[in-house]
Design a protein around this ligand. Sequence first.
Ligand code: PLP
Length: 442
Amino acid sequence: MNDLSAPRPNNLDAFWMPYTDNKHFKANPRMLYRAEGMSYFTPEGREVLDGTAGLWCCNAGHGRREITEAIQKQAALMDFAPTFNMGHPIAFEAAARVAEMTPDGMDRVFFTNSGSESADTALKIALAYHKARGQSSRVRLIGRERGYHGVGFGGMSVGGIGANRKQFSALLPYVDHLPHTHQPAKNAFTRGQPEHGAELADVLESLVALHGAETIAAVMVEPVAGSTGVLVPPKGYLERLRAICDKHGILLIYDEVITGFGRLGTNFGAERLGVVPDIMTMAKGLTNAAVPMGAVAVREGVYDAIVNGMPGGIELFHGYTYSGHPLASAAAIATLELHRSEDLPGRARAIEPYWQEAVHSLRGLPNVIDTRDIGLIGAVELSPREGKPTERALAIFRRCFDTGVLVRVTGDIVALSPPLIIEKHHVDRLINTLGDAITAEA
Ligand code: PLP
């Protein structure tokens, strides 16, 4: 019998890796084999401190016994059952647990398998909502530059990342974008929410004037944009967006895929930032990433219009074979129980001042042109190497990995999002290692 516990040489050819320079990776592989608490371990047994909670998702830390046992128990009881015109109790319980955490009144939950599916689901719900209310002309979707809503055609079209769009021509036709809110000239080295930029939300009024409110279904934004380098919303920005949406009957969708489940020191970004949307997407931290799962929560009125507005039959022609999958539901329930019993958002809140100080201590190192933070998120923006954008940050990423710390880079920005169980000595190690790498790559 094969010894599956032993690291083995890998044939790297077959796996077409996502969002990866495949040729470079396969020539210089970086493997992770095991994970526990705040750390990954390589096949050789080298420990790597996780500064990114995997991909913004293992918020409760790695290898949580409670989650593993819940998955094992459910797998032994029932591996799979459909949720199309059938049900299994654990999916309903998982939805109820999510609804307990979402803002008041956002208590209807649709399950997906990823953030991308959640984005497309949310957009479809928005279109179905207006149609159910007799406003079929509301088909336009407004996103924001530098927004990331995954890789489905809906999320990609509403997303605002050029590189994600230009390889594919079949984008949704009725889409427009708000400007992003990153203004380093005014806001560099801000702690928490920047002072400048609330007025950028007013561009929505211009888009309404241009297209007509009667053509616009929804605006979709991340409360804090993560994938494009940690863009924290300026003070007052989300409030203005909410007010303009309300004025014109436009739905406001938050993509809470990374801001959900304690990342900002509250259950969701909506709570921390004080502005509640009509629809919100989530994934990642929902199951601590132990089993893929996403979800969309909606206001009662959105559910009512679509579900109770129909005389009978299927109300929403949408769903996934694995919506509410038993193993994912078990993982979600166990994860949300850990959030409650260990008060993970509270832990994030408690360490935030120390975290903030540490992130901003990198100011003054060579090529550091901005440091920013909110909740347990941090970012360091670097000036690019002349004629070689992204190279400096990539070199820093590799140097950090080789010296035992995992960070994430996007463009010339290093983004940090550690598990919420991080302690002060981990923060020190993470920031010191990153600082050394920044200095070494000057
Ligand atoms: N939305 C946001 C804000 C994200 O950060 C991500 C992934 O990073 C997604 C959507 C896509 O999620 P997934 O990769 O699970 O499809």
